[in-house]
Design a binder for this molecule. Structure first.
Ligand code: G6P
Length: 499
């Protein structure tokens, strides 16, 4: 039978910019969600067609969306998946994305509010919340149109905290008369425990949970986040929650929520990497050239690498502080190690992110000033996103530092060991979702403990070659065990889609 998959997410696989003379150039979106869905869809068999519904994020995206709506739908640039971009009114989009999703929900789910002053849910937030509802309605409307016009056995995969209301809205719109559609929601972030979650206004907290419970399956990267979601359903909604727990490291269901007569299965689907494709990409000339340049720049010094978008959860400032403490307390490493810190721009529309980027730059400047010598630069901070250079840095790293305060999964912790040429030591925050699968072979740290992180960097640098290679190979094998095809295919299978 003909099978169809609809994906809905805020950011799509491609976003456009105006170039000279009004020309349009497209580039692939960043973040783990895009990588997982793109590669997962690419692995679907020929009997399954897919359409990706996303929001127009920029004026250039809007121009593309309008042109497409006027003519035949074309393929999304590079990714080979038909993309439908929603031209949502800029004010609605701004309030839904920047104010609700990024300023409220993202901070809530990562438990990152500076609580003596934030959040403040006043009248302005209630207006923003109306926009979030309208934005979710726009997605539910587009999904419904696609559902009723196309043919085939339909599954719908709705992504992330931007679209918590969409599963329920879509289910209601489709109603009894519409085609049967299995609905999945996947949250790529952590989920917060009830005590923290309850910071939201009551009606908002209930609406978000009720929205996700419109899905047949609610997915998370790690058991911790899935369990927190179950806890919120019980505590905030008073829903009927059955807990089965996860038998192994996943994937699999952890429980069920029955609410308003509908059952939602809550499950863990860890997202790893497509090791073969990643290694193939790393063999390309552009990556090789960067790797050679990095090796030349490092000489016989050891390399500590980090690669992050500059999100407040990534803990770049404490990571730099740990490197500073390493150099201060273990002078034997001075002149013998270089820290390559890639901190790429993210969400610069938010003042908190701009301020954080400033802190990263300032601390990097201080470290360089304090320790630099005539023939040694202790730290190279790069803020311009460069994918081939990131892959090259992972390939040549001796130590990979991944120390988020909290993270749904974290792909860098998995890509790094897969790309590493000689096996790298991984210093990993215990608060990353990926710690659930990588713990045995990584050096786990409490992300708030700068001294412990500095010590872990020291142990990682000192690790004998054979042990580093052994641990690196084990980390790479674990990361490769849950490729995007399995992550996405597992969700579709749980929604009853045959392969
Ligand atoms: C983080 C979250 C993802 C989310 C992404 C959106 O990486 O972990 O769950 O999809 O941000 O980023 P954006 O740049 O689109 O706001």
């Amino acid at each position: 039978m003909n099978q169809r998959v609809l994906v809905a997410s805020n950011r799509g696989p491609v976003s456009y910019q105006f170039g000279a003379g009004g020309s349009l150039t497209g580039h692939r979106g960043g973040g783990g969600m895009i990588a997982g869905v793109t590669d997962g869809l690419a692995a679907l068999g020929p009997e399954t067609s897919a359409t990706w519904i996303c929001a127009a994020l920029s004026d250039a995206d809007r121009a593309v969306a309008r042109a497409r709506n006027a003519g035949p739908r074309d393929e999304g640039l590079e990714v080979g998946i038909p993309v439908r971009m929603l031209d949502i009114a800029p004010d609605i989009f701004d309030r839904a994305y920047n104010r609700v999703a990024n300023s409220a929900l993202w901070f809530l789910l990562h438990q990152l509010f500076d609580t003596p002053s934030q959040p403040r849910f006043g009248r302005e937030f209630r207006r923003d919340w109306e926009a979030y509802l309208a934005y979710n309605e726009a997605f539910a409307g587009a999904l419904t149109e696609e559902a009723v016009t196309g043919e085939g056995d339909l599954r719908v995969l709705i992504q992330d905290y931007h679209l918590c209301l969409a599963p329920r809205l879509f289910r209601d719109r489709l109603g009894e008369a519409g085609p049967a559609a299995g609905i999945g929601h996947f949250c790529h972030t952590p989920w917060a425990p009830p005590d923290y979650y309850r910071m939201l206004p009551d009606e908002v907290g209930r609406a978000l949970l009720d929205g996700i419970l419109g899905a047949d399956r609610a997915g998370f990267h790690a058991e911790r986040w899935a369990t927190a979601f179950l806890d919120c359903c019980a505590a905030v909604l008073g829903a009927d929650v059955t807990r089965t727990g996860l038998a192994g490291p996943g994937p699999g269901p952890v429980g069920r929520v029955t609410y308003r007569g509908h059952v939602t299965e809550v499950a863990v689907h860890p997202l790893g990497v497509d090791a073969a494709a990643l290694r193939e990409r790393a063999r390309a000339e552009d990556v090789r050239a960067h790797a050679d340049a990095l090796r030349r720049a490092a000489g016989d010094r050891k390399l500590i690498v980090r690669v992050d978008r500059t999100e407040l959860s990534k803990n770049i400032v404490r990571g730099l502080a740990a490197y500073r403490e390493l150099l201060a307390t273990r002078p034997q490493w001075r002149g013998r190690v270089v820290h390559l810190a890639f901190a790429y721009p993210s969400r610069s529309a938010l003042a908190e992110y701009r301020a954080y980027t400033g802190q990263v730059r300032e601390l990097a400047r201080q470290i360089t000033e304090e320790f630099r010598t005539a023939d040694w630069d202790p730290l190279i901070l790069e803020v311009k996103d460069d994918y081939p250079r990131s892959l090259a840095a992972c390939a040549v790293a001796d130590v990979l530092l991944v120390n988020p305060i909290r993270d749904g999964m974290n792909l860098v912790a998995q890509e790094g060991p897969v790309l590493s040429e000689r096996g790298c030591a991984l210093v990993l925050s215990r608060e990353a979702g990926a710690a659930a699968t990588l713990a045995a072979d990584a050096l786990l740290v409490n992300p708030y403990d700068v001294t412990e992180t500095a010590e872990a960097l020291h142990r990682a640098l000192e690790m004998p070659d054979a042990e580093r290679a052994r641990r690196g190979a084990a980390l790479a094998a674990t990361a490769a065990a849950d490729p995007p095809a399995r992550w996405l295919g597992g969700q579709l299978a749980s929604l009853g889609l045959g392969s």
